[in-house]
Design a protein around this ligand. Structure first.
Ligand SMILES: CSCCC(=O)C(=O)COP(=O)(O)O
Ligand SMILES: [Mg+2]
Length: 228
């Protein structure tokens, strides 16, 4: 159990509120299988310019070449903005037609409800695009949870392993970093947040990779965050 007396909780998605397996075995394959068709149907869209930047090339000549680059970026689990934008655009269709429904750990909906009742701010910081994050929380097994959330950040704010990203987020929240608790399953992200002055908690969830040695307080459920 950890005690928090600040004003804002900043949550990671994969490995913190949602099982790693859901993101890697359902969401990522869904986008991968449909990337080729999406690129062919939206050839010339702005996201293709961003994908070229992610892949380190000036431009792509064909949808097939772009698809191959997308698959390479996905194989590397690259947390880059163009790929994340593309995935969000493809997931949009799946969430809207009911093929995708977000899987959350059981404690998450209750914690969001309770924290909002206590007038605590709740924001998300994930590598998934803000568009994807909104869709993700609007289509969960517990219904639309976006009502609980007051902000979303993705890699366009900065990379999650860089402390300047957390400084920027705190400024955007209008809070000093010490009043924000960041919860994530990735120790490098927690280190970066703490270097920026935020409080931290390590999410230890079924299916997560074992964390390297660290001194972040560990929780196995969001219910272990006690509000002072
Ligand atoms: C909107 S859910 C998809 C999350 C995602 O694309 C991803 O890469 C997971 O990264 P996170 O920062 O949430 O661990
Ligand atoms: Mg994570």
């Amino acid at each position: 159990m950890i005690t928090f007396s600040g004003r804002m909780i900043l949550l990671d998605i994969e490995g913190t509120v949602s099982p790693l397996a859901f993101v890697h075995e359902v969401m990522f394959p869904y986008a991968r299988e449909r990337a080729g068709a999406y690129l062919a149907a939206h050839w010339g869209a702005a996201v293709i310019v961003q994908l070229a930047q992610d892949a380190g090339v000036t431009a792509f000549a064909t949808p097939a070449e772009t698809e191959a680059a997308v698959h390479r970026l996905m194989d590397a689990d690259a947390k880059v903005s163009g790929l994340k934008q593309l995935q969000g655009l493809i997931w949009e269709e799946g969430f809207k037609n009911g093929e995708l429904c977000s899987s959350l750990f059981d404690d998450v909906p209750t914690a969001l409800l309770e924290w909002r009742r206590m007038e605590l701010g709740i924001r998300i910081y994930s590598s998934g695009s803000v568009h994807a994050q909104r869709l993700f929380f609007a289509h969960t097994q517990s219904g639309d949870l976006t009502v609980h959330l007051s902000g979303y950040y993705d890699t366009t704010t900065g990379f999650k392993k860089e402390s300047t990203s957390y400084t920027t987020i705190a400024a955007d929240c209008g809070l000093t970093p010490e009043r924000i608790l960041f919860v994530s399953d990735v120790v490098e992200e927690l280190n970066a947040a703490r270097n920026a002055g935020m409080l931290t908690a390590l999410a230890v969830r079924p299916g997560n990779k074992p964390a390297p040695p660290n001194d972040h307080p560990a929780i196995t459920s969001l219910s272990e965050i006690a509000l002072a």
